[in-house]
Design a binder for this molecule. Structure first.
Ligand SMILES: Nc1ncnc2c1ncn2[C@@H]1O[C@H](COP(=O)(O)OP(=O)(O)OP(=O)(O)O)[C@@H](O)[C@H]1O
Length: 249
């Protein structure tokens, strides 16, 4: 099973240090890990550092992988190449780093990714013509179709309506379990984090200030300290934790 552990990770843009000494326990395939923190806390920077797009001290320790390209990444900005259809763009994402010839299995995986995200009907559309939310789902399909062992998604629900936010996070959680995939997902919605993630990392000013099971990280005390809101967490009638914000402090 794939595992990921960060050991005293740092990252800088030029001489400006953004991340300092980020160390985590070992995360395992099958888990969904929320990456939380206010604007500019360093969430996207941490993804880039894990991907090796930024240099810095410390180590990203990945073990137990069986594929040559174990990691897929869905960035926050989802660029659109207008010359491609949705289907072609997802197939292209699938073929990156693979054999040049498209196999039946590749087409099957494209179909599967589009089906999982309920966007099969968009297949023939030009991706430049899509709405922001549709484009975000296509971007998620481009990451999923790579069948990664570690999937990192940077605010994948930010452009989605409520139904699709719940839909995407439900699918991600199921796929993590079914495929023993480790998912790291940056989220601003702490209620979604409580409901759909197992572990959470809370960043503030480039430092990891809390890490552990999500219900132990997202607490009224931490919300007060980091987000400067007075909030409480109560179960709804179905037992799901709900975040109730009283006021900013
Ligand atoms: N390319 C860059 N060059 C210089 N500084 C950068 C660059 N990208 C980000 N930063 C800075 O690094 C810090 C962390 O940014 P980052 O995008 O990682 O935060 P974030 O937690 O993802 O924020 P948000 O929730 O607003 O998306 C910010 O102060 C930002 O201005």
């Amino acid at each position: 099973m794939v595992t990921l552990k960060l050991d005293r990770l740092s990252a800088s843009y030029g001489r400006h240090q953004i991340l300092a000494e980020i160390s985590t326990p070992t995360f395992e395939g099958g888990q969904v890990v929320a990456l939380l923190g206010p604007n500019a806390a360093g969430k996207s920077t941490l993804f880039r550092r894990i991907l090796g797009l930024l240099k810095g001290a410390g180590e990203v320790m990945v073990a137990g992988t069986t594929s040559e390209r174990p990691v897929a990444y869905m960035p926050q900005e989802t660029g659109a190449k207008a010359v491609l259809t949705v289907y072609e763009s997802v197939l292209l994402a699938r073929m990156q780093g693979r054999a040049l010839t498209v196999q039946a299995e590749d087409l099957a995986q494209v179909d599967r990714a589009l089906e999982e995200l309920e966007i099969t009907e968009l297949g023939k559309r030009d991706i430049g013509d899509l709405s922001g939310g549709q484009r975000q789902l296509v971007s998620a399909a481009q990451a999923l179709v790579q069948e990664p062992e570690i999937l990192m998604l940077d605010e994948p629900t930010s452009a989605l309506d409520l139904h699709r936010q719940i839909g995407l996070l439900t699918v991600l959680r199921r796929l993590a379990r079914e495929r023993s995939m480790l998912i790291l997902v940056a989220l601003h919605d702490l209620g979604h984090a409580l409901r759909f993630t197992d572990q959470a990392m809370m960043l503030e000013n480039g430092r990891l200030i809390a890490c552990g099971s999500t219900d132990q990280v997202v607490t009224p005390t931490l919300l007060h300290q980091v987000y400067r809101v007075e909030a409480r967490i109560e179960p709804c009638s179905k037992g799901y934790p709900q975040l109730i914000v009283e006021q900013a402090v």
